[in-house]
Design a protein around this ligand. Structure first.
Ligand code: SAM
Length: 290
């Protein structure tokens, strides 16, 4: 087995890219981590949650994958770029603990993949320096599956990280905040400067930790809850009453009562409403129209 190179060294990374005829692709949000300290901090945050099975999204040249391997994880690394998959398969040849697959992370059924690859009752952690081009849809996709991970440590654009953990009244509070808070407990761990990437992105990043909630609030049915939450934030300056009339016009005459019963002032704006109130509203509407 060949020795594993330090891919957080810009010189080593450039040489590897040259050898494999690769160059960073903007369309896939390729900003590679070239700072060993930050890579170690991410690995340490993941190690703070017990378990040695992990899925990594977008391993790139392996900055985080190498640390997971050294920490004794069984890793399933999903990378969209065929050239990088080839590079990683060369690096990890003969190391059965790491499997690299060419996969679009936006097209995965997570529960099915976990079951197939790791076995049914194993709890798997998720880690990624997430490509900024997919961060929104990717986060919605794992929440849609009720966050099927033991924990996630994700590096995101700072602005997306703030949206994830925003509280009612914050300017960043939106559908992603409500859904994230419904399924998980999230916390920003630390900020990361744009200087630690090659090429350097325009914006700063932050690393967040997400853990699943042990008990989910009652909400009637999930599709209705998602329709309400995603729908009302499309027009966040309008009152919740007007938004709900637009989404569910058949309920116009009962809406004031339904909102009041859910503890929501009909003239309040979506950005003032707590996750518990959204869940209650969904449950009350569902129960009334069974
Ligand atoms: N983990 C590496 C690091 O920290 O240096 C690379 C991180 S880079 C920000 C994002 C990686 O995600 C790239 O390798 C990119 O090719 C990959 N990627 C982009 N879109 C993807 C998708 N839809 N599915 C899987 N991987 C994707």
């Amino acid at each position: 087995m060949s020795e594993l190179p330090d891919v957080t060294s810009p010189r080593v990374l450039r040489e590897l890219f040259k050898e494999h005829h690769l160059s960073p692709r903007r369309q896939w949000g390729q900003n590679f981590l070239v700072d060993a300290n930050v890579a170690h901090k991410i690995a340490a945050a993941l190690a703070a949650v017990p378990g040695k099975a992990a899925i990594e999204i977008g391993p790139g040249a392996g900055a985080l994958t190498l640390l997971l391997y050294k920490d004794g994880y069984q890793v399933l690394a999903l990378e969209i770029d065929r050239g990088l998959v080839h590079l990683l398969n060369t690096l990890f040849a003969g190391r059965a603990e790491v499997t690299v697959q060419q996969v679009d992370a936006l097209k995965v059924n997570w529960r099915e993949l976990i079951r197939e690859y790791f076995g049914s009752d194993l709890e798997v952690k998720l880690v990624s320096n997430l490509p900024y081009v997919i961060s929104g849809p990717f986060l919605f996709s794992i929440l849609k599956e009720q966050f099927p991970f033991k924990a996630a440590v994700l590096m995101l654009q700072k602005e997306v990280a703030r949206r994830l953990v925003a509280a009612p009244g914050d300017p960043d509070y939106g559908a992603l905040s409500v859904l994230c808070c419904y399924y998980t407990q999230g916390k920003v761990l630390f900020d990361v400067s744009s200087n630690v990437f090659w090429p350097k992105p325009k914006v700063g990043s932050a690393v967040i930790l997400l853990k699943p909630r042990s008990r989910l609030l009652a909400l009637g049915e999930e599709p209705l809850f998602w329709t309400i939450v995603q729908g009302v934030f499309q027009q966040r300056r309008k009152t919740i009453f007007n938004n709900m009339v637009r989404l569910l016009p058949a309920l116009r005459d009962q809406l004031t009562d339904l909102l009041t019963e859910s503890g929501i002032d009909p003239v309040s704006r979506p950005e003032e409403i707590e996750v518990e109130q959204f869940a209650k509203l969904s449950q009350i509407i569902y129960n009334n129209h069974q």
